[in-house]
Design a binder for this molecule. Structure first.
Ligand SMILES: Cc1cc2nc3c(=O)[nH]c(=O)nc-3n(C[C@H](O)[C@H](O)[C@H](O)COP(=O)(O)OP(=O)(O)OC[C@H]3O[C@@H](n4cnc5c(N)ncnc54)[C@H](O)[C@@H]3O)c2cc1C
Length: 415
């Protein structure tokens, strides 16, 4: 091998997974010749914009069995890896590299500076300190096996050789094509973590209304399967957003894509409260507020604007007094409150986090080492795999975990 252009490990992709893998190898085995090859002029660009510029690094949840439930794709495979390098190890890693992570009430963890630049600085500092070489504007166009490892073909007849390769190219098709050329099957990529556009126009007038907890059920096409999520939600100008909705978008990502984002959403605005409990509350109001206008008095924590919209939806005039509420109207109101049917008619954007479902087929990867089962010496980490999590720091944790495992295995392998 040409010593000037040869490396022990070439990491393709200068994102979260690529940096973490390269640092893990070089920190575990000093003197290892590691290079990160990044196509664009800048590195860690997704880290920069992540979490609304704050970078939601991981989630304050230390039980791997619970952690894996946040992955619509990859749940089974990630259990072992999270036992070895989970959220606690991530917190410790960043602490050892000068970054304190703090948890918010909902479990999301951010650097205490509230700036994603802190994470970028820590990763770049660790990369330099560990002696990892970084080459930007270096697109890997193709890859081939050699007797000693791999040849990576770059632009303008340039190439380099490495004994081992870590593919950390995220969801970009060019990276996936590299894996395909080495014999890997790809699961077609589709978006995950998006908001729902809702057809019913009355919702638009309620934009900005938020709910601490709704229960929402999603049915897609004629599929018998449905998805249920509970959690905070928000009505937007185009439909619905918030953790409960984003989780539904993730778990049903593939089926929604197949049905061109047409689905039926059934919302219980009262969260866990069942129809019977809500009916009892309404009957109680009939007695307690008998002479009061229904639009002025109600037993829920909803805003007046939302309550009036519910009455209109159930076709109950707002100036009606509670005593006049008949059984048919009572039933219509219970349904509006606990089982409102809405039509999802499209996919909206969620600016704080976005991820792609699909990528390298999981069964072709050994999750003890992150090495390919089809091509010895080829490793994977991050979003390039058919793994994705719900919003809350789970996607970065997948990147840190896979990258660390690949790094440890490579360091041991190199002796
Ligand atoms: C707006 C936004 C906000 C997000 N916020 C969060 C959050 O707060 N918390 C969270 O957990 N997740 C978040 N995510 C998801 C998270 O950013 C990704 O899951 C994570 O960055 C994936 O890291 P990666 O290293 O696998 O891929 P990437 O970050 O996509 O990095 C891949 C790199 O490989 C390079 N590359 C690709 N092909 C080649 C090639 N052929 N040659 C050389 N280089 C190549 C690309 O240029 C890129 O820099 C967010 C995503 C987005 C888009």
């Amino acid at each position: 091998m040409d010593t000037k252009l040869s490396y022990d490990v070439a990491v393709i992709g200068g994102g979260a997974a690529g940096f973490f893998a390269a640092i893990a190898i070089a920190e575990a085995r000093a003197g290892t010749r590691v290079v990160i090859l990044e196509a664009s002029p800048r590195v860690l660009t997704k880290v920069k914009v992540s979490g609304g510029g704050r970078c939601n690094v991981t989630h304050h949840l230390f039980e791997p069995k619970e952690f894996i439930k946040r992955y619509p794709r990859g749940e089974k495979e990630l259990l072992g890896p999270f036992h070895r390098f989970g959220a606690q190890q991530t917190i410790a890693w960043f602490a050892a590299h000068g970054v304190t992570l703090k948890a918010e009430a909902d479990g999301r963890m951010f650097p205490d500076t509230n700036s994603s630049q802190t994470i970028i600085d820590a990763l770049q500092e660790a990369q330099r300190a560990a002696g990892v070489e970084l080459r930007c504007r270096t697109l890997v166009q193709s890859i081939a096996r050699t007797s000693e490892g791999f040849r990576l073909n770059l632009r303008q007849d340039d190439s380099l050789e490495a004994r081992y390769v870590v593919l950390a190219t995220g969801s970009m098709s060019q990276g996936l094509e590299l894996a395909k050329s080495l014999g890997h099957e790809l699961v077609a990529p589709v978006p995950s973590l998006f908001t729902f556009e809702i057809e019913e126009s009355f919702l638009k007038e309620l934009a900005g209304q938020s709910f601490a907890q709704i229960n929402a059920q999603l049915r897609v096409g004629s599929a018998k399967k449905s998805w249920m999520q509970s959690g905070p939600a928000l009505i937007t100008h185009w439909g619905m957003s918030g953790p409960a909705i984003l989780r539904l978008s993730a778990f049903a990502a593939r089926e929604l894509a197949e049905q061109d984002y047409k689905a039926e959403l059934t919302v219980n605005w009262c969260g866990e409260s069942k129809g019977d409990e809500v009916r009892s509350l309404l009957v109680q109001s009939k007695h307690d507020s008998a002479k009061k206008n229904m639009s002025n008095e109600h037993p829920f924590a909803f805003s007046k604007r939302f309550w009036e919209a519910l009455l209109a939806y159930a076709q109950i005039p707002g100036d009606k007094v509670w005593a006049q509420l008949n059984n048919k109207e009572l039933q219509a109101l219970v349904e509006a409150l606990t089982a409102m049917k809405l039509s999802v008619c499209g996919k909206g954007v969620f600016k704080e986090e976005f991820v792609t479902a699909g990528g390298i087929q999981r069964q072709d990867v050994d999750f003890r080492s992150m090495e390919s089962r089809l091509c010895s010496g080829l490793y994977f980490a991050g979003e390039v795999l058919d793994i994705d999590g719900v919003t809350g720091g789970f996607n970065f944790q997948n990147a840190w975990t896979g990258a660390w495992l690949a790094g440890q295995h490579l360091a041991e392998r190199l002796g």
